[in-house]
Design a protein around this ligand. Structure first.
Ligand SMILES: Cc1cc2nc3c(=O)[nH]c(=O)nc-3n(C[C@H](O)[C@H](O)[C@H](O)COP(=O)(O)O)c2cc1C
Length: 328
């Protein structure tokens, strides 16, 4: 049974899922009418983010001339042109945008000026409160369990979501560590209006990544992630493999503290190759602790149906534990 929350009403959707259509979906056969089309900013030229039908047909997906950079070093003086990405979203008629990262003010202003609904992702209550002041509509609260940029405070969702409920004053969804109906029920109980799932959707039939990578996730435990780049306050949770472990070793042993020493290990280009060539050891790739909860590779429809059913059952059986108080 579909749920009805502030999120589903505002976005005009039936389910309560935010599908993170991650960076590597340029080849995917995405529904071009979807209101949740992701404009990714990690490497590809803004023009690639246009809906396929509107791109210059001469553009090849892997044309090196169009790749801005393979990773962003913490000392980068050449950040992506976020304004250009936001303009693509506006030009393409996108209605809902997820923003993330530091200093989102100018982008939020640009998108809000044309009435786009903004869901801002953050890992601390302090950043959540700043985003509220900037006028975002929803927050996506990303706990320490999550895949990718975990922030530097290491607060897991059991605390973070309740802090959000107590103190941010606008609706939020829960992100990081969600894969099943019990998780959705827990997130709703803690005050969230829905969940965001990244890693779980990698393990679906539709995910445009190599089958070996999906199987590596199924075979993995919750302990099989690695935190890299903490030294540069850019901590990222990655799948634990030889390359990620080597990067951590160098990061901890380096006497210079120069990012260039680990840069070849955390190359985004090699990471993207993993999803194509299916070799989980070829480079670093993003995954959350939730890998320990993923045991199959269903279709997205089956997964969502199962999560909704299990969430409903979980909420019902939890409420059946309540015993009416005695009238005596
Ligand atoms: C393969 C992959 C790529 C991701 N790429 C990005 C990205 O480009 N930008 C971003 O803000 N978050 C990115 N994320 C993080 C997700 O948006 C989301 O915050 C995270 O996956 C939630 O945690 P979960 O994986 O436990 O569901 C990525 C996650 C995965 C698994």
């Amino acid at each position: 049974m579909p749920f009805n929350t502030k999120l589903t009403r505002a976005l005009g959707i039936k389910g309560k899922f935010h599908v993170h259509v991650f960076t590597y979906t340029r080849n995917a056969n995405l529904n071009s009418q979807s209101p949740l089309y992701k404009v990714a900013c990690n490497g590809a030229h803004p023009a690639y983010s246009r809906r396929p039908a509107k791109r210059n047909p001469k553009m090849q997906d892997h044309d090196p001339k169009a790749l801005r950079r393979e990773y962003h070093s913490p000392s980068s003086h050449d950040p992506p042109d976020y304004g250009a990405y936001a303009q693509v979203a506006i030009d393409e008629g996108i209605k809902i945008v997820e923003t993330a990262g530091n200093s989102p003010g100018p982008i939020i202003k640009q998108l809000k000026a044309v009435g786009i609904i903004i869901l801002h992702k953050c890992t601390t209550i302090k950043h959540a409160q700043s985003a509220v002041k900037l006028g975002v509509d929803f927050l996506s609260i990303d706990g320490f369990e999550c895949a990718g940029h975990v922030g530097e405070t290491d607060i897991t969702n059991l605390i973070l979501l309740s802090r959000a409920r107590q103190s941010i004053g606008i609706p939020f969804i829960a992100s990081g560590g969600f894969a099943d109906g019990q998780g959705l029920a827990a997130a709703l109980s803690l005050g969230a209006e829905g969940i965001n799932m990244g890693t779980r959707f990698m393990c679906t039939i539709e995910a445009p990544i190599h089958q070996n990578i999906k199987q590596s996730i199924v075979d993995a435990q919750e302990t099989d992630t690695e935190l890299v780049l903490r030294r540069w306050r850019n901590t990222s949770r990655l799948f634990k493999n030889k390359v990620a472990s080597e990067a951590v070793k160098i990061e901890q042993a380096s006497t210079t503290g120069k990012f260039e020493e680990v840069a070849p290990y955390v190359s985004g280009k090699r990471g993207r190759e993993v999803f194509i060539n299916g070799d989980p050891e070829f480079g670093v790739w993003t995954a959350g602790q939730v890998i320990g909860l993923i045991h199959d590779i269903p279709s997205c429809a089956d997964l969502i149906g199962r999560i909704e059913r299990d969430a409903e059952q979980t909420l019902n059986s939890a409420s059946s534990l309540i015993v009416p108080s005695s009238k005596l």
